[in-house]
Design a binder for this molecule. Structure first.
Ligand code: HEC
Length: 181
């Protein structure tokens, strides 16, 4: 079991009465059972920290180096982009996928992306598009701080892993054809 947060330990060891923080947990436990209690404890013990991410360096408008030190896999990246649960890209973007119904109209078409941007530029846009477009609606796929309404089980975890980011970047650089009118 991971160490308990310091405040919790202090309370429970220095006072005979029940620590305050345990009361909402007990109440939740009564209502929702053990899963909910564990989720709350996980949130307390594992607040989102940027330390959970691999370090990267932003140079200009790009992250020139692979987050994993390895090139990604374009075929896996394509699958992430097309997946409606994992990448969700087509919620906002359209792309050269005639077979895909209901593509997004909120963001630029992904066709030609690899011609417009370098792999480093695409990496930064994937990691945290808000660094370039402060009010963007595009999710920061590799950021864990400054997020609202994160479920406890996702706290501290980026939307995509470093490997998945590299796979998506590897795929996007291959998208050199503009959409046919
Ligand atoms: C909720 C909407 C949304 C989702 C989901 C989303 N994007 Fe975006 N994306 C945008 C918007 C909007 C922009 C344009 C920047 C801006 O104006 O905010 C953008 C910009 C980009 C750019 C830069 C385009 C350019 O020509 O400069 C790339 C590349 C990109 N998105 C790729 C992706 C990929 C890949 C995914 C899925 C893993 C994704 N986006 C998911 C909304 C979204």
């Amino acid at each position: 079991m991971a160490p308990r947060p310091v405040a919790w330990v202090e309370h429970s060891e220095t006072r005979r009465s029940r620590p305050r923080i345990a009361d909402p947990i007990r109440a939740t436990l009564k209502i929702f059972g053990k899963g909910a209690q564990l989720a709350i404890l996980a949130a307390l013990m594992h607040p989102a920290h940027a330390d959970d991410l691999r370090p990267y360096q932003v140079v200009g408008d790009a992250i020139p180096k692979s987050l994993t030190g390895m090139p990604g896999d374009a075929a896996r990246g394509r699958a992430i982009v097309l997946n409606r649960q994992v990448g969700m890209c087509l919620l906002c973007h359209s792309g050269p996928y005639p077979q895909e119904k209901f593509q997004g109209t909120l963001a630029p078409d992904l066709a030609g992306t690899g011609r417009r941007s370098s792999d480093g530029q695409l990496r930064l846009r994937m990691v945290d598009a808000s660094r370039l477009y402060p009010d963007t609606i595009m999710p920061p796929y590799y950021r864990v701080d400054r997020l609202a309404r994160v479920a406890a089980s996702f706290a501290g975890k980026p939307i995509l892993t470093a490997e998945q980011i590299e796979d998506v970047v590897a795929y996007l650089v291959t998208m050199r054809e503009e959409s046919k009118p």
